[in-house]
Design a binder for this molecule. Structure first.
Ligand code: FAD
Length: 378
């Protein structure tokens, strides 16, 4: 669990202590427990027809969209720079072998997230992972973790890097680029100008949200920039069918922090043997800018030494998560600027897990719907 920023509750806006500014005003929605929050159908009786743009189709952005759709007749457009929705809910096939190279499993303390997971278990889109459910039940998507993203590719404008936003006449316009043609962290008014949108939601990892918000000159850049996120180098190793080895390793005092044999995941029917190997946050940070091949070689050697797997891998692939999990969280579900109609959500608002992303997305939707019902009534 990441540390939380010390928030002082006041009747009005929350105050985030910021060393540089000596405390900045952040308008955040009320901190009511999600389980007690009204259902979407209960919020406001009049449907809203305003358009919303969401940047980021990870679990936070997709959840915000799903909960907003119940209260909106307007269009909700989601942009993501990735090839498919899901963000860190990631899976890929290498030479026919499935690897879950992002989030490994979901745990749930929040009753709403638990109900959401259990509904997916009931209809076959998720399952319990008994081998790893020691202190808490752990859930996985079926056939892979990306299945928890729950969004058909057609629901998201994929491959679209949004680099800038500006407001004109109270409405938002986005600058949208082909993700293949811009540098990953690019911020600036390039590409096609798309709009208008009445509301804008950023559902990005904290450092990316901070850079975007700084680029458009919004004061939410300050709280977002306080949140640091640990990287994670991940290596995927494929072995011939029948290769013997452990199911799960949680190494201590090692460059590795997690090793999973993909075939021990519920629903995996691959004949070949795949291992997903994740480096610790400290090791990943120390080697963040190293050559990917060198990282791959080091982590593969470490895996062989720890696991005792005798065979050489048939193939190896590497993924660098620059922003894997937050080390500090804001302690609020999301940020919402009622005047500018701008919201920010993501796992880092509440924690560093899938549950945090889900709860942040729900909180974002509720903040907007609460405001909507007020403005519709008013
Ligand atoms: C290696 C790893 C292991 C993990 N293990 C676990 C685990 O076992 N259990 C657990 O609960 N959690 C785990 N997590 C954390 C979990 O994955 C996250 O908490 C959760 O997925 C975050 O969701 P999100 O929607 O907030 O962000 P993301 O999933 O990061 O979504 C943000 C989206 O924004 C998009 N984006 C960014 N910038 C732009 C832009 N300019 N324009 C358009 N799109 C943009 C990205 O492509 C991405 O799809 C793990 C994470 C990693 C990386």
């Amino acid at each position: 669990m990441p540390a939380r920023l010390g928030l002082r509750r006041r009747p009005g806006p929350l105050v985030l202590p910021c060393p540089a500014a000596g405390g900045i005003e952040v308008v955040a929605p009320p901190l009511k427990p999600l389980a007690q929050a009204p259902g979407i159908g209960q919020v406001g009786s009049v449907k809203n027809t305003q358009n919303i743009a969401i940047i980021g189709a990870g679990l936070a952005g997709l959840t915000a969209a799903a909960y907003l759709r119940a209260g909106y007749e307007g269009e909700i457009v989601i942009f993501d720079k990735g090839r498919r929705p899901g963000g860190r809910l990631a899976a890929r096939r290498h030479q026919g072998v499935l690897f879950n190279h992002g989030a490994q499993f979901a745990t749930a303390r929040n009753p709403r997230f638990l109900a959401w997971l259990q509904a997916r278990v009931a209809d076959g889109r998720a399952a319990l992972w008994p081998e790893t459910s020691i202190n808490h039940d752990r859930y996985v998507g079926l056939p892979d973790m990306n299945a928890l993203a729950d969004a058909p590719i057609s629901a998201v404008e994929t491959g679209r890097h949004v680099s800038f936003a500006e407001q004109q006449g109270g409405q938002w316009y986005l600058y949208v680029n082909d993700a293949k043609l811009v540098a990953p962290g690019h911020v600036g008014p390039t590409g096609s100008r798309i709009g208008p949108f009445d509301r804008l939601i950023l559902a990005l990892p904290a450092p990316q949200a901070a850079a975007f918000l700084a680029g458009i000159g919004h004061y939410f850049a300050e709280p977002a920039s306080i949140v640091t996120m640990a990287p994670c180098w991940t290596v995927m190793l494929g072995f011939p069918p029948g290769t013997a080895g452990p199911d799960i390793l949680l190494p201590a005092h090692s460059p590795l922090s997690w090793v999973a044999r993909e075939a021990c995941r519920p629903g995996n029917r691959d004949a070949s043997v795949g291992y997903t190997v994740q480096a610790s946050p400290a090791w990943s940070r120390a080697h963040l800018e190293d050559d990917a091949q060198a990282v791959q070689d080091m982590l593969a050697r470490e895996f062989i030494a720890l696991s005792g797997v005798a065979a050489d891998p048939d193939f190896t692939a590497t993924h660098r998560w620059r922003y894997a999990q937050s080390e500090i969280s804001l302690g609020v579900p999301c940020l919402w600027d009622e005047e500018r109609n701008l919201g920010v959500c993501g796992d880092w608002c509440m924690g560093n897990r899938l549950e945090s992303a889900f709860c942040s997305g729900v909180g974002m939707a509720e903040a907007i719907l609460a405001h909507t019902s007020m403005s519709v009534r008013g």
